[in-house]
Design a protein around this ligand. Structure first.
Ligand SMILES: NC(=O)CCC(=O)C(=O)O
Length: 264
């Protein structure tokens, strides 16, 4: 299976419309790839909080339209990263969109763990409540977004739902880059799954982005890693490795369930 992670540069000197057109063209260029992945909130920037409200879209808004078309023109599965979604009730969500090669929406995922503690996304957006997996022809994808990477129980939930490959769009800052790579490898090793983690490049809202998108195999080995700038990171991987690893080293079978809750 071939995946291409589009590590888009999100800078303020480019308008959202122009970036959307540029990214659609980049997606179209990936014809022949099985799965294309975009980062978190690449229209606005994950730290450009003012843009969340001004650029928020209904689910089937301009980014949805452009990405559905690009997926079908390229004939690829497309995890289109996330957009600031405005629900009809007015609540904003950080929502990921996954399209099939015919441009149909295969899944959407509202980010569960919002980043910012007492500001930013954590106060401006609502929290998703549902785990989401998507069945591709060769693997079952579990979706998570950026800060979710710090919460292993979410990934265990995705494994229980059948996930073999995690796709994690992000807008991770350079100042915590060491955590990004470490957490991507940890989620791969502990769940014996592939991790495709796609971040942004550039600087927005004064926050330099880490780049360094990474693909990790179920043994924790880094198969490919991007540099700091805009880049298309293409990797070939064999999803059957997941079953092989889980059979040969069956640590997941030794789980003791319920330890995440106090026992009496
Ligand atoms: N957009 C995010 O979720 C940022 C997460 C982050 O910076 C971190 O976990 O560190």
């Amino acid at each position: 299976m071939r995946a291409s992670l589009l590590q888009v540069a999100v800078n303020e000197d480019e308008s959202v419309d122009s970036r959307r057109r540029r990214v659609a063209a980049l997606v179209r260029d990936q014809a022949g790839t099985d799965l294309v992945v975009l980062p978190e909130l690449w229209t606005t920037g994950a730290f450009a909080y003012e843009g969340f409200g001004t650029e928020a879209e209904p689910l089937e808004g301009p980014t949805y339209e452009a990405m559905a078309k690009a997926a079908s023109e390229a004939g690829v599965w497309l995890h289109a990263g996330s957009v600031p979604e405005r629900d009809p009730d007015g609540t904003l969500y950080n929502t990921s969109l996954v399209f099939s090669p015919s441009g149909e929406l295969a899944a959407s995922y509202r980010k569960i763990h919002r980043f910012g503690f007492d500001k930013g996304e954590a106060v401006l957006m609502g929290a998703g409540e549902e785990l989401v997996t998507v069945r591709l022809p060769d693997t079952v994808v579990g979706v998570a977004t950026c800060y979710d990477l710090r919460f292993p129980e979410l990934f265990r939930g995705l494994v229980d739902a059948g996930a073999e490959t995690f796709v994690v769009p992000a807008g991770w800052p350079e100042r915590r880059r060491a955590h990004w790579t470490l957490l991507a490898r940890a989620r791969a090793v502990e769940n014996q799954a592939f991790v495709l983690a796609c971040g942004t490049a550039g600087t927005h809202a004064g926050v330099p982005q880490a780049g360094h998108s990474v693909v990790v195999d179920p043994w924790g080995e880094v198969l490919a890693e991007a540099g700091p700038g805009e880049e298309v990171l293409t990797v070939d991987f064999d999803p059957a490795t997941v079953a092989g690893t889980r059979d040969r080293f069956p640590a997941l079978k030794d789980r003791v369930l319920g330890l995440d809750r106090p026992r009496r």
